[in-house]
Write a protein that binds this ligand. Structure first.
Ligand code: CA
Length: 327
């Protein structure tokens, strides 16, 4: 319990539209001791609405909420709000979002994590990066059943298809777990825009390279995802645990650089109300995945046709030449 316990140190969150999407449908919560990322999906602006509803539901939680059961109840409430909104507004029908949330309890020295979808929670401890959540995704299920290797899953065209989402059904099954915190722990929450662009080993190297400072690491991780192509919105939230005795030091040094708690919603990408080509979300909403490189040149059939045209042209030229000489 409290003997040599933990306290919350610095924390930071960053979200970015990425390089290929026009809008950012991710949202995050960085309101110590509560942290979350949400990755919305749905036609028109429904994805943004769903993610924001989830973030707001979490932010409005009371200080009484504790532990895995508490965070699961929060996520269940968020599910109810999104579902009801989707029923009330036809434009929002079928909207959904992932959510991965973490709640630090300094009294018990634990971190409770609640999770639905393919956003992730990781723990950096003792120089290793451990994924704490299991993706609720098609490829994760195929890996689980031995039909895909993890490496194949990373390149799978359906890797963004999720099998569980918040707000698409009246009820939702929430994964909830609890981690015994240790001083020095660094927790990372992220939307899938990070892992689809940056591998685990590189994520760890970037975090270590940033001196395990949450704000610097968050910026560097988002920059790395964009440097790799930024195929999707990318959101990262990081928070560290420190020894309870050093809490005062950590807080006083952390406060100036700590960003104001906020629900992320980028305003910069209000370029135009483009008609979103995304189909009505199915039970497992598949986000557009960058297509594999394809050849656009002529196939064998095209080559034959081209040769025939060349041969015909040469034949015609010979005939014209013959006629002009013969006359
Ligand atoms: Ca995403």
């Amino acid at each position: 319990m409290s003997g040599g316990g933990i306290a919350l140190g610095r924390a930071a969150g960053v979200t970015d539209t990425g390089r290929q999407r026009l809008r950012n449908e991710d949202a995050f919560v960085c309101e110590p001791p509560l942290f979350a990322v949400a990755d919305g999906m749905g036609g028109a602006r429904a994805g943004e609405v769903a993610a924001r509803l989830a973030a707001t539901a979490l932010e409005e939680s009371s200080d009484e909420v504790r532990g895995p059961d508490g965070i699961a109840a929060l996520i269940t409430e968020a599910n109810r709000r999104i579902w009801e909104q989707s029923l009330a507004d036809p434009q929002m029908a079928g909207m959904g979002t992932t959510v991965t949330a973490a709640l630090v309890d300094e009294r018990t020295g634990t971190v409770a994590i609640g999770h639905v979808g393919d956003s992730r929670a990781y723990l950096v401890r003792d120089g290793a990066l451990t994924q704490l959540t299991t993706d609720h995704s098609l490829v994760a299920e195929l890996v689980e059943s031995g039909l895909l290797t993890p490496a194949e899953a990373e390149r799978h065209p359906q890797r963004s298809a999720i099998t569980r989402a918040l707000g698409t059904e009246p009820t939702v099954e929430v994964d909830a777990l609890e981690v015994e915190g240790r001083p020095g722990d660094l927790f990372l929450l992220c939307s899938d825009g990070l892992p689809i662009m940056v591998g685990d080993a590189e994520v760890l190297a970037i975090v270590e390279g940033a001196g395990r400072a949450p704000a610097e690491a968050a910026e560097a991780l988002v920059a790395a995802a964009n440097a790799r192509g930024g195929h999707d919105n990318v959101t990262v939230v990081l928070f560290e645990l420190v020894a309870a005795a050093s809490r005062g030091d950590a807080e006083s040094s952390a406060m100036p650089g700590r960003p104001e708690p906020e629900i992320a919603a980028e305003a910069e990408n209000e370029l135009e109300p483009e008609p979103e080509p995304r189909a009505e979300p199915a039970p497992a909403p598949a986000q557009p995945v960058p297509a594999e490189p394809r050849r656009h040149g002529a196939g064998p059939g095209g080559r034959v046709a081209a040769l025939a045209v060349i041969a015909g042209t040469l034949g015609l030229a010979a005939l014209v030449l013959y006629w002009s000489i013969a006359r």
